[in-house]
Design a protein around this ligand. Structure first.
Ligand SMILES: CC(=O)N[C@H]1[C@@H](OP(=O)(O)O)O[C@H](CO)[C@@H](O)[C@@H]1O
Ligand SMILES: [Mg+2]
Length: 540
């Protein structure tokens, strides 16, 4: 066995050597970099995926994508058998393998030690499901992962072109008894579309749903949305722009661009619609926007989804007489607008917890609730419902002791749960969920926006010599290094009414992010600029 594996690894290493002196770090988004620098990493991740599958005795997912990064970048991340992100302990193994010398014997020695430690045999069964986005570099990178995993006796399921949330869901299905190891794309779309249609049909109304213009970032989501559009054409007109046929991936379009620059994307006819949304390159982020009557661009970001989904679920729980006794909570990050937090806590009387950025931290915290709603401000998030809650809601929907209105509300929640991808935030599922909530609550985007006013904010990218000089604590809201940085930020913030600012190193780009909020846009910009200067001074 060992000779065979070492032989295969030797061939792979010869084809895709590790550049000298390179150091990489697997974090919440996996590995991400210029595509041409990634092949050697694919070898290591293929091996980690195979071992993870052997340990868990289940199918592990491998997604090749760099999400909202430019088309020349790519990346890789692993999905655990329950459809969730890779267990953090395994990030260490991935990093260790990447740190080793580029030598097949050395890699094999490490793998052998790990297998003994984890009590697995080299020829234990392993299976991985692999998918990629529509970047040019994706098929080659996927082929390297497959070859490395196959060196450790791994069966490969090749899903080819898929969104990140689709892969998470596919892996969940594969490992879940009720799906008998089966997943197919059509059944996933049917699940989403059927729950959407059912929600529209059971809701008494004589209105119809207005067209939605979707900016698909020229990414993989465009191809998938085209299938949803076809199935739902009698229920809602979905018009897809930046559909990947001519434009470049994430270039002046997509959820990250629109959120970051707070402007409309290129390639979408702004005069023809009253509502728009943007998804990102791998379709796990969503944001909405519209042009108001004064011709101003108005953004509805992740915080707004938390508020909208919470409003809908609280209302329906109350109507179904189920609200008391249900533990409902919202998870946010430091990037959430303070006014959204205040609205949820003070007006809606629902607790909010702040965790560090990166969806896996939000997801983990949301599991503490019967209904845990989590969204990053950038539009990545979902809702988690625990099993007891699901049983309670289903029972209430057919309980003849309840009034028709109570049963209907329970049925609306029950059907809504089916529309949500609970494994990870799914832009396509969330877009349908948003549309149906707006329909049920009879709200337009103006009314949704009017629930609260955002505090003006500014987000800056600052290039520094070494971003790891900046260290943080308290859900990344305060700095512990370099010395005096936090005191200087506190001093600046105290000059601004409703001021708030923090600094943290990005985990996906080689930059430091500065965030500032204040009572006016001029003040938020001023605070952000002042904090940027302090960061530059103290990291020289
Ligand atoms: C301010 C911001 O949007 N940060 C994003 C960004 O992480 P950074 O570590 O800030 O680069 O990308 C992550 C992955 O998509 C996402 O989880 C996170 O929220
Ligand atoms: Mg993404």
């Amino acid at each position: 066995m060992s000779n065979l594996v070492v032989g295969k690894l030797k061939t792979l290493i010869r084809e895709y050597p590790k550049p000298v002196g390179i150091v990489v770090d697997y974090d919440t988004t996996g590995f991400r970099a210029r595509a041409e620098t990634l092949p050697w990493i694919m070898i290591r991740i293929g091996l980690v995926a195979a071992l993870r599958s052997k340990v868990k005795q289940g199918c592990v997912g491998v997604m090749i994508t760099a999400s909202h990064n430019p088309g020349h970048d790519n990346g890789i991340k692993l999905v655990d058998p329950r459809g969730e992100m890779l267990d953090q302990a395994w990030e260490v193994y991935a990093n260790n393998l990447c740190a080793l010398d580029d030598d097949a014997e050395v890699l094999w020695t490490y793998l052998e030690t790990l297998m003994i430690e984890l009590n697995i045999q080299p020829n234990d069964d392993a299976i991985i499901g692999i998918a990629y986005d529509n970047r040019e570099s994706s098929p080659l990178l996927a082929s390297i992962v497959k070859r490395a995993a196959q060196a450790l006796h791994t069966v490969i399921m090749d899903f080819e072109l898929m969104t990140t949330p689709q892969l998470h869901y596919a892996i969940h299905c594969y490992n879940h008894d009720e799906f008998h190891g089966r997943f197919n794309e059509i059944s996933y779309f049917e699940k989403l579309c059927t729950s959407f249609q059912n929600l529209v049909m059971i809701t008494p109304s004589n209105r119809s749903l207005e067209s939605l213009a979707i900016d698909a970032a020229n990414g993989v989501g465009a191809f998938k949305l085209a299938q949803i559009r076809r199935i739902l054409k009698k229920f809602i007109p979905l018009d897809i722009y930046n559909d990947g046929r001519t434009g470049h991936l994430n270039e002046k379009c997509g959820a990250d661009y629109v959120k970051h620059y707070q402007i409309a994307p290129d390639g979408i006819p702004l005069n023809h619609y009253s509502k728009f949304c943007s998804i990102d390159g791998d379709a796990d982020r969503l944001i909405y926007f519209f042009i108001d009557k004064n011709n101003h661009f108005r953004l509805l970001d992740g915080d707004r989804f938390s508020v909208l989904f919470l409003s809908f679920l609280s209302l329906k729980l109350k109507e179904a007489q189920l609200f008391d006794g249900v533990k409902i909570g919202v998870v946010q990050t430091a990037y959430s607008n303070q006014n959204s937090t205040d609205y949820i806590v003070k007006i809606m009387k629902v607790p909010v917890v702040c965790v560090r950025s990166g969806v896996k931290y939000l997801h983990h915290k949301a599991l503490d609730y019967d209904i845990g709603i989590y969204f990053e401000a950038n539009g990545h998030g979902t809702v988690l419902f625990n099993d007891d809650l699901k049983i309670k809601v289903k029972a209430a929907s057919v309980d003849q002791q309840r009034t028709e209105q109570q049963r209907l509300a329970a049925k609306q929640i029950h059907t809504f749960i089916d529309l949500i991808n609970e494994t990870v935030g799914d832009a396509i599922a969330n877009l349908l969920a948003t549309e149906v909530i707006l329909f049920i609550l009879n709200m337009n985007l103006d009314q949704w926006l009017a629930l609260y006013d955002d505090l003006p904010q500014r987000l800056l990218k600052v290039t520094v010599r070494n971003r790891t000089m900046i260290q943080t604590t308290d859900a990344e809201r305060r700095c512990t290094a370099p010395a005096h940085l936090q005191d200087r930020i506190d001093e600046l913030v105290s000059k601004y009414p409703s001021g708030r600012a923090f600094v943290r190193p990005s985990r996906t780009e080689d930059i430091v992010r500065v965030y500032a909020e204040a009572a006016t846009q001029i003040a938020a910009d001023g605070l952000a600029d002042e904090v940027q200067k302090v960061v530059e001074e103290l990291t020289k």
